[in-house]
Design a protein around this ligand. Sequence first.
Ligand code: HSE
Length: 309
Amino acid sequence: MRQSATAFAPASVANVAVGFDVLGHSFQAIGDRVTARRIPERTVRIASITGTSTDLPKDPEHNTAGMGVLSMLQDLKLDFGIELSIEKGIPLGSGLGGSAASAVAAVVAANALLADPVSKIELLKFAMKGEQVASGSVHVDNIAPSLFGGLVLTVGIDNPNVKQIPVPATVRCVLVHPHMMLSTREARQILNRSIDLSNVIWQSANLAGFLTGCFTGDLQLIRESLEDVVIEPQRKLLIPGFQAVKDGAMSNRALGCSISGAGPTVFAWCEEQDAPRIRDAMVAGFTAHGLQSDAWISTLDRVGAQIVD
Ligand code: HSE
């Protein structure tokens, strides 16, 4: 029986412009790492939090990783406890699914300590309990891609159907993270509670077109569909320079460009050969508005959370 295990869970781009709260993709270049250790007391303890943000609650009930493992311990009636060491690689309040990645890495690491490990779909439910602590609402569009990997659609909350969607092999994702923080709670609170019927139709067409484009490898259809007409117009006001960043991406042949999760990180999908130019143009857009940023380019491989040690 393992006494300890370390898991890495990748960052994620939630919504992917057209699937608010239901679509997301993993982003392998960055992520969180959690080590779970067996302890005799039947409790969850957080031993350390290191990395990009250390000022997070150590009380397991108020920590995404802690809460995920606590619900696992209770539901599975484990006869031992778990101590967690959390290494944050994802910046806090960046829109890159940091709280979800910590919860996912924690439950994946804890699962490796069990005599009878549970399925990924069970782990998803435990990680959801963790994510709820951070965002105050239940959505799985960061957790599911971080856990399963690649572009992931989740239908349903209580018994979620999780489907990995194929992505054409030449597609890359460019992520540009400006050095500022946005709270997911606030970015959800500002959203209008009602939507024009015409926008519902437009967004539904875009989601259907985008998924069809992914399944059929039709880059032109992806290009025409990858546009958020509901959430982005409201949230872009929270991100200084957003329009310049998006214009930089689109004028350099991006397939689409929008807000990653609740922001402020901005993502663009593009073809491989265009990615470096698009990255530079997006970074320049933030610089012109006085914001330094970090940028990454990644494939959209189906690689989710994994045991690394
Ligand atoms: N779908 C969520 C949102 C992701 O955009 O609010 C952020 O956690």
